[in-house]
Unconditional design. Structure first.
Length: 201
């Protein structure tokens, strides 16, 4: 499996956003043109690895920039990515920092994901963003609101979290969504909060 990263301000995300994409060639302009690079990359991978090789994409479905990717644009992008032929999409983005940093705001991309799901054709939807409670995650999967659950920050704090849940300890992830791990990305990512707690012991 390969997953393209087209979110969080990285290179491919800058093609999607009308705020950063000022190109006047075939890769800039309307949404079809701004997603052309993703189509070209997908098709290149598909040509080399065949129809059975899973190609996924994480993409910016919402941001807070001027002239931004709105909820409606994100939903439209999801349909385009499905039509291109991606086997799975993971809508991510930049919601309000007040939401991202609060543990009580779980599953904050779920409302958008639920609107995208019916538009997808032979394409799985991976839910990411504030997934902390295994029972809530299981309910989302059982209701068909997503096909897979994706975790990031919780696994930085607890790399063995899936096994903990599998073995019956269903307490929520210990990650408190402080985002301090972002400050360590260029020096070996780790949970600053966890490290400080260990020092206090």
């Amino acid at each position: 499996m390969v997953q393209l990263h087209s979110a969080h301000g990285y290179f491919l995300n800058n093609f999607l956003s009308p705020f950063t994409n000022k190109r006047t060639d075939e890769f800039g302009g309307d949404l079809q043109k701004r997603t052309k690079i993703l189509r070209d990359i997908h098709d290149g991978i598909r040509d080399q690895l065949g129809k059975k090789f899973p190609i996924m994409i994480k993409f910016q479905s919402l941001d807070l920039l001027p002239n931004r990717i709105t909820e409606e644009t994100g939903i439209e992008i999801s349909k385009i990515l499905s039509d291109i032929g991606f086997d799975g999409i993971e809508p991510s983005g930049t919601p309000s920092s007040k939401i991202v940093k609060k543990v009580e705001h779980e599953n904050y991309f779920l409302p958008n994901a639920k609107k995208m799901k019916p538009l997808l054709k032979d394409c799985a939807l991976l839910l990411v963003g504030g997934v902390r409670n295994p029972l809530s995650a299981e309910g989302i999967l059982k209701k068909g609101e997503a096909d897979f659950i994706s975790l990031s920050r919780p696994l930085i704090y607890e790399p063995d979290l899936p096994n903990r849940w599998k073995n019956g300890d269903l307490s929520p992830a210990k990650c408190i969504s402080c985002n301090s791990c972002f400050t360590t990305m260029n020096t070996g990512t780790y949970c600053v909060t966890k490290k400080n707690l260990e020092k206090e012991k």
